[in-house]
Design a protein around this ligand. Structure first.
Ligand code: IMP
Ligand code: MG
Length: 182
């Protein structure tokens, strides 16, 4: 795909590698929750593509729901404040909940969501993140399932956006902006 004016894209993780890794993560989930049901909660909008590929590879009874938060606005940097924009459709009490995120960056979003979800008494609660940028962490959160650890670059594709663009890229790419935006 063509990047917009002066923005450049460099492939970091190819789609084939993502597909392979998503299958492995799904196998781990299937093994860890053997014969039980899992309830996947995707964090909109970034996690929707990861979740839809992941859930189809899980060989268990599943259900899905979505939650939306705001933390980043339109640009590359977090405002540091997390706000709930869309709550879950259904009760999670007694369920094996897997919170599905596109990327663990500062950890503020997942830290906030784990606090909110824990109060609702799921049977178990864990996190699956496609990408993990450990260098940027502010809150001490970790994902139970991680697709790929990546360096501290701004990435787009496979659900991840820059100002709502590039979510449809099949590969995960590093986005470079012209100096006045970086
Ligand atoms: P955190 O709260 O800082 O961990 O950030 C979580 C959210 O920020 C993610 O769900 C993404 O939506 C967004 N984010 C963090 N890093 C990137 C990136 O490199 N590219 C695109 N979005 C990102
Ligand atoms: Mg997100």
């Amino acid at each position: 795909m063509q990047a917009s004016d002066q923005e450049t894209l460099k492939i970091l993780i190819r789609h084939a590698a993502i597909e392979k890794r998503v299958k492995e993560v799904a196998r781990h989930v299937t093994r860890d929750f053997k014969d039980d049901r899992v309830h996947l909660i995707g964090v909109l909008k970034g996690a929707c593509i990861f979740l839809s590929d992941l859930v189809r590879e899980i060989n268990l009874e599943t259900s899905i729901d979505f939650i939306a938060v705001s933390s980043y606005g339109r640009g590359k940097d977090s405002s540091g404040q997390v706000r709930l924009l869309k709550d879950l459709d259904s009760n999670i009490k007694g369920l094996n909940v897997i919170l599905v995120e596109d990327i663990l960056d500062t950890g503020l979003t997942v830290n906030y969501l784990l606090r909110v979800l824990r109060q609702r008494k799921p049977k178990t609660l864990c996190v699956a993140a496609l990408l993990d940028k450990p260098a940027r962490r502010i809150k001490p959160v970790r994902a139970d399932y991680v697709g790929f650890k990546i360096p501290n670059d701004f990435v787009v594709g496979y659900g991840l956006d820059y100002a709502e663009r590039y979510r449809n890229l099949k590969d995960v790419c590093v986005l470079s902006l012209p100096p006045e935006h970086a």
